[in-house]
Design a protein around this ligand. Structure first.
Ligand code: HEM
Length: 486
């Protein structure tokens, strides 16, 4: 028996040595891009990275060039920092080769085992989800239909709530917490689009969030902050196994709460669909998609292909879209408002544009947007300076490939620093300055920006996001008036 243990131990040591030697030999033959020389044992270059990550990576690019190689724990990462390399990455075969997503254990539970649209690997399942999202839920036609009904209705309701709060406040000036209100706005618009479930508000004029928005915000905040803490797990599995701070338990609890919330929305929509069918005649599934919410559309697809459009599929897509869409639009709106309040000349010009095109007597609607080019320039300039996903979403190479002649082994992470690319002084004059005029009269035509990404995994929500943000900013006149009066 003793002899067996001895042989087994020697075999394991030999195998580890062999693996190590083979990997070293393989690495020696690889042509990797430059990167910091010193790497810590186990952690690699992780301790060199500071927050905000995009600025830290931009500093590394300034030292090492437009493509930098890093070792993040056991992972190899390639950071892209120039427009020409970003274009190379997202065209032709390379776009396919890097279309996977890295799977971090900290988000496994919240992402239905990485099956949500943002994290699914490139393949049949991703294609089905992506088709549902782009063709049935977020197409230009649906965004148009939604702008007329749910988006405009929710925005008007918000303006009325704000006016009520102002009237009730001393001196007619209400104090609002902008971040909360913008979150509530994006969130309630999206909830309406998903389920057409009217949100419930209390009669309290100070109440800036519906009951549902507050509940979902609590859940999203919990998941985001817990996943943030759990992030160290991704590089130190021992912490994950020991679950030292009970993060795993709390995360499971938050994810369960989210699932109950979304399943409740699905059940309510299913009931509504049944009532609609009863009204139109038994078994009639012939209603126009335009009248249905996103969940309604997926439930009618479920009727023809129940094995594909399962309740879990619908839950995963709804939870994912709600999370991504609310976070990104809220962040961008918040930056826009902050930039406007700090640049009153821009604010005044935007207000004049709206006053002369829309007038004082009514709230603007989607037909006004094409006549408000300066408002559009403001949104573009905000997205240039503060893209909501400054490193896009991380990509992963599914096969060995080459970027700019360098070897990128399968399994490597590819990060594209859109934040740095948008501030490249060879493309943008005075890139750090907030100057919406740079987009006026087609002046920025041909200049490269990628706030929504590029290629196969480009954001499918761009149309909807631009519409929500345009309409919301246009309706923020009340807030602007108060800011300019001060
Ligand atoms: C200002 C608003 C938004 C910005 C700046 C933004 C930006 C982005 C970026 C940079 C990506 C990653 C692209 C890549 O991996 O290369 C992305 C992916 C995605 N976005 Fe958005 N987004 C916004 C709003 C929305 C909205 C409103 C929705 C849906 C309602 C949405 C749904 C998604 C989804 C599902 C993906 C993953 C696509 C995939 O992996 O195939 N986004 N977005």
């Amino acid at each position: 028996m003793e002899r067996f243990y001895y042989v087994a131990a020697v075999t394991v040591v030999l195998l580890v040595l062999l693996h190590h030697l083979l990997m070293r030999r393989r690495k020696r033959h690889q042509r990797l891009p430059p990167g910091p020389r010193f790497a810590f044992p186990i952690l690699g270059h992780l301790p060199l990275l500071k927050k905000p990550l995009q600025s830290s990576l931009a500093d590394l690019a300034a030292r090492h060039g437009p493509i930098v190689h890093l070792r993040l724990g056991a992972r190899s990462a390639f950071v892209i920092g120039s427009a020409s390399l970003a274009k190379e990455c997202f065209s032709g075969e390379l776009d396919v080769a890097i279309a996977n997503r890295p799977h971090f254990p900290s988000v496994r539970e919240a992402s239905f085992d990485y099956s949500v649209l943002t994290l699914a690997n490139y393949g049949a399942h991703w294609r089905t989800m992506r088709r549902v999202a782009t063709v049935h839920l977020l197409s230009a036609h649906r965004v148009n239909v939604m702008s007329d009904s749910v988006i405009a209705r929710e925005l008007r309701a918000m303006v009325r709530r704000l006016a009520r709060a102002s009237a009730a406040a001393p001196g007619g000036v209400a104090r609002v917490e902008l971040k909360r209100r913008l979150f509530e706005l994006s969130h309630s618009v999206l909830m309406e689009i998903m389920a057409q479930t009217r949100n419930t508000y209390s009669d309290d004029a100070d109440e800036d969030m519906s009951k549902e928005a507050r509940e979902m915000k609590g859940i999203i905040d919990a998941i985001v902050s817990l996943a943030g803490v759990a992030n160290v797990w991704d590089y130190m599995p021992l912490l994950r196994w020991l679950d030292v701070y009970g993060v795993k338990r709390k995360l499971t609890d938050a994810v369960n709460r989210r699932n109950v919330f979304v399943y409740k929305m699905i059940d309510a929509e299913r009931e509504k669909l049944k009532q609609l069918e009863r009204k139109n005649g038994e078994g009639d599934a012939n209603h126009s998609d335009d009248k249905l919410s996103m969940i309604g559309v997926m439930l009618s697809l479920q009727k023809t292909e129940p094995d594909v459009y399962t309740d879990t599929f619908i839950n995963a897509l709804v939870a994912n879209l709600l999370g991504v869409a609310t976070e990104t639009t809220t962040t961008t709106l918040e930056w826009t408002m902050a930039l406007l309040l700090n640049h009153t000349d821009v604010l005044k010009k935007a207000q004049e544009e709206i006053d002369s095109n829309v007038g004082e007597g009514r709230l603007l609607d989607k037909n006004d947007l094409p006549h408000l080019p300066y408002l559009h320039c403001i949104i573009n300039e905000t997205l240039r300076l503060y893209p909501a996903a400054p490193l896009l979403l991380p990509h992963e190479a599914s096969t060995d490939c080459k970027i700019h002649g360098y070897d990128v082994p399968a399994g490597s992470m590819v990060l594209v620093n859109a934040y740095a690319i948008h501030r490249d002084p060879t493309i943008w004059e005075d890139p750090e300055e907030f100057r919406p005029e740079r987009f006026e009269h087609g002046k920025a035509e041909g200049k490269f920006m990628m706030p929504f990404g590029m290629g196969r995994r480009k954001c499918p929500g761009e149309n909807l996001a631009m519409r929500i943000m345009g309409l919301d900013l246009g309706m923020e006149r009340l807030t602007w008036q108060q800011a300019l009066a001060r």
